[in-house]
Design a protein around this ligand. Structure first.
Ligand SMILES: Cc1cc2nc3c(=O)[nH]c(=O)nc-3n(C[C@H](O)[C@H](O)[C@H](O)COP(=O)(O)OP(=O)(O)OC[C@H]3O[C@@H](n4cnc5c(N)ncnc54)[C@H](O)[C@@H]3O)c2cc1C
Length: 579
């Protein structure tokens, strides 16, 4: 006997349209028309029947019955995979009697993080009517809000008055070297040329960004600016500026699909809003949806299965690569998709948190004097490298976990850092190397050998003749008690790949031709970063004034957000005059 999908069925047929395997059919006539399960065995658990059914309480077809457990994992809106687009659109059409309501704007920005809000402000300032679509209900958990709020800038002279200011060409050359040739020189060049003016522009509009000294290093200045209220302060400040500039911000509005005309020009975007599905006609669209660190399917595809399964997400749960997928569907070329920006975290990290208190942040000075060993008891990298390089190296170690080791003499260089490291118990103490080996779960003979070899090589603060040399801040590990932080893991802050943009922030297609009307900015834009931010020296050595930094993700987001907003507004004006 045929089974009704639900007793309440009104025969609308949405579930039949949504079903991906012809599991359901409409039977009967007129008011007696109902959806029946005709082929349960073929159900692939896509859950479309449940998701698109307009009635409350419909039970989906699949063999699982724990619907409420499943629902917890459903995204707030939308579908699990883009392959399910058709039923969603059909549903929208039925809901609105075949008419999807349409709004008209000059510029639509997708995403209300740093890049999106800066883009919206710039577009509004250039005279465009601007709407920002944000899928979250507020800005409390964007990646920008999660961030430390540090905007790297080129301040070498202020860090060290004797340092020579690098030319733009030298900075571009360094970026090419750092990225192994995987950045676009034009993109980098435009970025470094626009950093100062973008920061000044933001400050003029009331954004509070200040230089911050390092405690204990009164004469040193960090080569970055810190937003008041850190990352969440930065996002709030930008939101309030955008509102003052008359940008309309629609929360709870998830962009789903770029709309194009037959010539492939962008004509707007379809979004699922609190009022249902709407088409927003626009002359230009700016995608600023952040990365794909919270999309396991994409992590699998681009970064690798091992990593995708073991991921410790320190970035935003809203970073699901929506912009990447929408852009790809209209022909955008995605580049550097296997590149990520991880951070080191200790065992106090809990899922859902940012992991802001990682060891290299808490031991800003000391960490670079320590030695790092893996589970085999072996050193694997030069400890003076930047935290980006440390985190990337941790990923390649057995169990993706390492130990940071130091002795009493090193502790005394900056005892406050150890005393202030919270919570208690993260830094463990041992009376001997043998006890230390037990604490960090490494073989004693290997650890003993590693430390003995290291100690015998240290000379003038360097340990250069080792297979894994330490080029600075090397001190023997010989004075008990010994200390260890273990395990130190790697969390995922952001991804670095995405649709390639040109220096005008236009999204390029696979033949490197700009897609008319489509712009991208921020973490989702590809072509700038590969492996790490553009810092040229180890984290430790900048205390000596050698740190030449060009840009990080927030700076890149602000600079290209502004470029995207200005150019999208200009494009929309030009388009208006030709229509
Ligand atoms: C713990 C941590 C610390 C960090 N510290 C720093 C730092 O100090 N300096 C630095 O430079 N970088 C830092 N970063 C990285 C930095 O936070 C991000 O790379 C940067 O904020 C990216 O900004 P964005 O505007 O591109 O993306 P986001 O801030 O992530 O904003 C994207 C927005 O788009 C929305 N969105 C996504 N899809 C859709 C859709 N379909 N429809 C509508 N809206 C959508 C999201 O909900 C989100 O609000 C840090 C990151 C983390 C996690």
């Amino acid at each position: 006997m045929l089974e009704k999908i639900t007793e309440k069925c009104n025969g609308c047929g949405i579930c039949v349209l949504g079903c991906r395997r012809n599991v359901i059919e409409l039977r009967g006539e007129g008011k007696g028309k109902k959806a029946y399960i005709v082929n349960r065995a073929d159900c692939v658990l896509c859950y479309n029947c449940e998701r698109y059914c307009p009635l409350e309480g419909v039970v989906y077809v699949g063999p699982e019955v724990n619907t409420s457990a499943f629902k917890k994992h459903l995204p707030q809106f939308g579908r699990l995979t883009t392959a399910q687009a058709t039923p969603l659109e059909v549903y929208a059409e039925m809901q609105y009697g075949g008419q999807i309501p349409e709004e008209k704007q000059d510029v639509i920005v997708v995403g209300a993080g740093c890049a999106g809000l800066v883009a919206a402000i710039a577009a509004a300032e250039a005279g465009a009517t601007t709407t920002v679509l944000e899928k979250a209900t507020d800005i409390s958990d964007t990646n920008t809000s999660r961030s430390g709020g540090g905007f790297d800038i080129a301040m070498e002279r202020e860090v060290n008055p004797d340092a020579r200011r690098l030319s733009i060409e030298e900075k571009v050359r360094q970026a090419i070297e750092i990225t192994g040739g995987h950045c676009s020189p034009e993109l980098v060049s435009t970025c470094v040329q626009n950093i100062d003016s973008t920061i000044e522009w933001l400050k003029k509009m009331g954004m509070k960004l200040a230089r911050r000294g390092i405690p204990g290093y009164a004469d040193s200045l960090q080569p970055w600016l810190l937003a008041r209220g850190a990352g969440s302060g930065a996002n709030k400040q930008l939101l309030s500026i955008a509102i003052k500039k008359n940008c309309r911000i629609l929360f709870n509005s998830r962009a789903e699909k770029l709309l194009t005309d037959p010539a492939g020009r962008i004509t707007g975007i379809r979004a699922r809003t609190a009022d249902g599905i709407k088409d927003f006609a626009a002359k230009a669209v700016i995608l600023a949806t952040g990365g794909f660190q919270a999309n396991q399917e994409m992590l699998h595809k681009y970064i690798g299965a091992d990593f995708a399964y073991d991921i410790r997400l320190t970035g935003s749960p809203f970073s699901t690569g929506d912009g990447h997928l929408m852009a790809q569907k209209v022909g955008a070329k995605l580049i550097n998709m296997d590149q990520i920006h991880p951070r080191n975290i200790d065992k106090s990290w809990v899922p859902g948190s940012t992991g802001m208190q990682g060891p290299l942040r808490e031991l800003q000075v000391l960490a670079h004097y320590c030695i790092f060993v893996n589970k085999l008891g072996r050193r694997f990298m030069d400890e003076v490298d930047t935290s980006d390089i440390v985190a990337n190296s941790i990923l390649k170690q057995p169990g993706q976990a390492i130990s940071i080791i130091f002795d009493e003499r090193i502790r005394m260089i900056e005892p406050g850092e150890v005393a202030n490291y919270k919570p208690e118990g993260i830094i463990m103490k041992a009376a001997s190397i043998e006890e230390l080996a037990t604490i960090i779960d490494a073989p004693y003979d290997e650890l003993g050998k590693t430390i003995a070899e290291f100690n015998s090589t240290v000379k003038d603060g360097k340990a250069l003749s080792l297979d894994v040399p330490k080029r600075d801040l090397a001190m023997k590990i010989e004075t008990p008690p010994f200390y260890a932080i273990y395990p130190v893991y790697c969390g995922l802050n952001c991804t670095m790949g995405g649709p390639e943009i040109n220096p005008d922030a236009q999204v390029l297609d696979r033949d490197d031709i700009p897609i008319p009307g489509l712009y991208a900015a921020g973490e989702m834009a590809g072509g700038m970063f590969f492996g790490r931010y553009h810092t040229t020296e180890g984290g430790a050595t900048f205390y000596k004034g050698n740190y030449q930094v060009t840009t990080c993700m927030l700076t890149f987001s602000a600079v290209y957000g502004r470029i995207a907003g200005t150019n999208a507004a200009r494009f929309s004006r030009a388009r208006a005059s030709t229509v």
